[in-house]
Design a protein. Structure first.
Length: 229
């Protein structure tokens, strides 16, 4: 399955309702886009920040959620990221801990990860800063990850060379959030995409321009996951 769908589905875990309902919505999202590999949500290693999926053949995928602007802790995490201080942020630390728990729970499984925006940043930080996660993860895909021009993780050249082939950063051309990734480049390959804008998008864009919010609409649209499907 295209990892972008895991990064999209994880947002369902931050929606309303009890955990059982949120897990069901997350599972329904994966099933709706096509689930021939029989991925299922692992509830005991899933919460509003990360979701762990297990395939029919035993592989594990861990997706980190992007920013929910209604959550103060997400905003604080974004602020810490922009200042290059993610290592001091509680949410970054918590997501690393929860990812470690999920990885340890499946010692014989192949592990992959993904994340959009803040989720891409926390997933990347987890892989690069934690040796267990970095060693176990076979593939990490980030989508328009947040990146600070001041960000600097201490890592050896040998470690960088080991991690680089595993990591792909997907970004939309014109996306403001991931723009710093082109200056302060993260470990791994950067793959750029031309923004998509179909008929519905063009109608909304014209309406936004007429209302004086054309640039805002464009910025928000460029940051979405639609461009990577």
């Amino acid at each position: 399955m295209n990892p972008v769908y895991f990064s999209e589905a994880v947002y369902q875990m931050a929606s309303s309702g009890n955990k059982a309902k949120r897990v069901a919505r997350t599972q329904a999202h994966i099933d709706k886009v096509g689930n021939s590999e029989k991925w299922v949500v692992v509830p005991e290693h899933s919460n509003k920040d990360i979701v762990t999926f297990k395939s029919g053949d035993g592989r594990i995928h861990i997706a980190h959620r992007g920013t929910d602007v209604t959550r103060g802790k997400d905003i604080k995490a974004d602020m810490a990221l922009s200042a290059g201080k993610e290592g001091d942020n509680k949410k970054f630390k918590k997501r690393v801990r929860n990812t470690v728990k999920a990885v340890k729970a499946f010692p014989d499984s192949e592990v992959s990860m993904s994340g959009h925006s803040l989720g891409g940043s926390t997933a990347y930080y987890s892989v690069v800063s934690n040796k267990l996660i970095g060693d176990r993860v076979k593939r990490l895909d980030t989508y328009n990850l947040g990146r600070s021009p001041f960000q600097s993780l201490k890592i050896t050249d040998k470690r960088k060379a080991m991690l680089a082939p595993k990591i792909t950063h997907h970004r939309t051309k014109g996306d403001a959030v991931s723009a710093s990734a082109m200056v302060n480049k993260p470990i791994g390959r950067i793959k750029s995409y031309v923004p998509k804008c179909g008929k519905a998008c063009k109608v909304k864009s014209l309406a936004a321009k007429a209302a004086g919010f054309g640039m805002t609409y464009k910025a928000l649209h460029n940051h979405t996951l639609e461009h990577f499907k």
